[in-house]
Ligand binder design. Structure first.
Ligand SMILES: NC(=O)c1ccc[n+]([C@@H]2O[C@H](COP(=O)([O-])OP(=O)(O)OC[C@H]3O[C@@H](n4cnc5c(N)ncnc54)[C@H](OP(=O)(O)O)[C@@H]3O)[C@@H](O)[C@H]2O)c1
Length: 495
């Protein structure tokens, strides 16, 4: 939520810089942030990987990464030549690796007169987090005369026990105020806008409770399958990959009480109260699924069990729908339906607030109308929101139709920053508001671990549909019409 433009000289160290995340997201995001006014000369990047590349070889890859992100320019190439370095290690285990790294960091800081402000970003597979954090701690890199920050990607553990172990290890070497746990959903402008929408607009706050809202639906759909990540995904599944982090974060922003101030501590403490208030999840409130053969956009796609590196008899869920109950004064009795899955008809993340019907059903004679008013907050891909409401059509005979008011960021503001740009800027600025506190991680694992230990069986669903038919037992009338973008809906002839 901050810009990083006050002069804040530092060295940004990316572990696993040869990987997908670093190349696609972090290098372009870091470049963008350094181009903000006042930062140009102050920020340097050191990529770390298990390769014997020279600085020049890595700089070429960094230029390619900027090019692939559509921001390759002669200025960007010049920036890479002067601000980007590479350090090869044999592994993330040995004392020698970290001693060598320390020497390299100190050399760059000396040569560029940097004040020992350091960011360590673990863009590494989770199985390497432990040895890397230990290596940083034992080599004396966890603290310096400047500030030192550690950035940890998701997944943060596999369950409550492993998350606690990782947390204890991190706190052996770093203080909580040095730790930035990433859930990149929190970097999205629309997710942050949830706070402004709720607490900056007087008209919505009186409606935001069990008296006016009948339910909340959160949908996080992906049209892609597991692709090349089958090996990882088959050990994780949708509950770990999506529900424990992104969906719980979205839910807590929708359901939280107003913070006492617009500050990291106050906001995070309200969010964690929501997670702690969710009652234990029972099987009756859960549907798990796994995609079978089907088609997306008219193209046939294969089922999960035929994907590379997936066990042929895998019971891993690629889909999860849950009915959750947030047992607070504000939400008592109001269900929160959440669902997420792979190989759904569209890539979409939407929060639908479904309002109660008007008290007197004056128009009950009209078939299929009125439908409830729905406010849809569209997190991606078309960031914005829609308000669905009933209107009388202009026809002479009295008829009702559902129409929408639409706001799209793109139409009003043009380009909006990538989530990682916002997060990198905040790490540089030292603002932890958009990062997940240890208490939040622990609370969400506490909620989900019993379910992970005793999962209901997975039901197959055809790829290209919204999930197994059992989700309609959970909720017969999901507001699926709200998932269509305005242009698609126009083609279909209704809202
Ligand atoms: N990719 C995404 O969009 C995304 C999104 C959200 C979260 N994440 C998380 O971000 C982290 C990095 O993701 P990624 O997709 O970039 O991962 P990745 O491509 O699989 O791995 C990143 C780098 O880590 C190094 N590495 C791989 N296996 C290793 C091992 N066993 N020991 C030591 N180093 C190893 C490799 O670099 P060298 O061979 O050069 O050492 C590799 O290029 C993961 O924790 C992932 O869950 C990624």
């Amino acid at each position: 939520m901050h810009d990083a433009s006050s002069s804040n000289p530092h060295l940004f160290v990316i572990f696993g810089v040869t990987g997908d995340l670093a190349q696609r997201k972090l290098l372009p995001a870091f470049y963008h942030v350094t181009q903000q006014e006042g930062c140009e000369a102050d920020a340097f990047l050191l990529g770390v990987g298990r390769r014997s590349w020279s600085d020049a070889e890595f700089r070429q890859r960094a230029k390619d990464a900027l090019g692939a992100a559509g921001i390759g320019t002669p200025e960007g190439n010049g920036w890479c030549n002067e601000h980007v370095f590479f350090h090869g290690v044999d592994d993330y285990e040995s004392d020698e690796s970290f001693a060598g790294l320390r020497a390299r960091i100190e050399q760059i800081e000396r040569e560029h007169h940097l004040p020992k402000n350091r960011i360590y970003y673990l863009a590494l597979p989770p199985e390497t987090f432990e040895s890397t954090v230990t290596g940083l701690g034992e080599s004396g890199l966890a603290h310096s005369e400047g500030w030192t920050r550690l950035v940890v990607e998701k997944p943060f553990g596999k369950d409550l026990e492993t998350a606690r172990e990782l947390d204890q290890l991190i706190h052996r070497h770093f203080h909580e105020d040095q730790v930035y746990r990433i859930d990149h959903y929190l970097g999205k402008t629309t997710v942050q806008n949830l706070l402004v929408f709720r607490f900056g607009n007087g008209m919505f706050e009186p409606l935001w409770n069990r008296d006016r809202i009948s339910r909340v639906e959160i949908t996080v759909g992906e049209d892609l399958g597991v692709g090349s990540r089958g090996g990882y995904y088959d050990t994780a599944g949708a509950l770990r990959d999506m529900v424990q982090n992104h969906i719980i974060q979205l839910l807590s922003l929708v359901a939280m009480e107003p913070p006492t101030a617009f500050e990291a501590e106050a906001i995070r403490s309200e969010k964690v109260k929501v997670v702690r208030s969710i009652t234990s999840i029972v099987h009756h409130d859960v549907v798990l699924g796994q995609y079978a053969d089907g088609s997306i956009d008219g193209e046939p796609v294969q089922g999960y069990l035929s994907e590379p590196r997936v066990a042929p008899d895998s019971q891993t869920e690629t889909y999860a729908a849950l009915r959750l109950h947030v047992d607070t004064w504000r939400w008592h009795g109001i269900p929160f339906y959440v669902r997420t899955g792979k190989r759904l008809p569209a890539r979409t993340t939407k929060v639908a607030i479904v309002f109660r019907d008007a008290p007197l059903p004056l128009f009950r004679a009209f078939k299929d109308h009125p439908v409830p008013n729905v406010l849809v907050i569209s997190i991606q891909p078309d960031e914005g929101f829609d308000l669905f409401f009933e209107v009388k059509t202009p026809d002479r005979d009295f008829r009702l139709d559902t129409k929408r008011l639409t706001f799209r960021y793109q139409d009003q503001f043009g380009r909006i920053p990538e989530a990682y740009e916002t997060l990198v800027a905040d790490i540089v600025a030292g603002d932890q508001t958009l990062f997940v506190h240890r208490d939040e991680v622990e609370a969400s694992w506490k909620l989900l671990t019993p379910l992970l230990k005793h999962k209901p069986p997975v039901a197959p669903y055809e790829a290209g549909t919204w999930g197994p038919k059992e989700i309609y037992d959970l909720l017969p009338d999901w507001v699926d019409f709200c998932l269509r973008e305005p242009a698609e809906a126009d083609e279909g002839g209704s809202a």
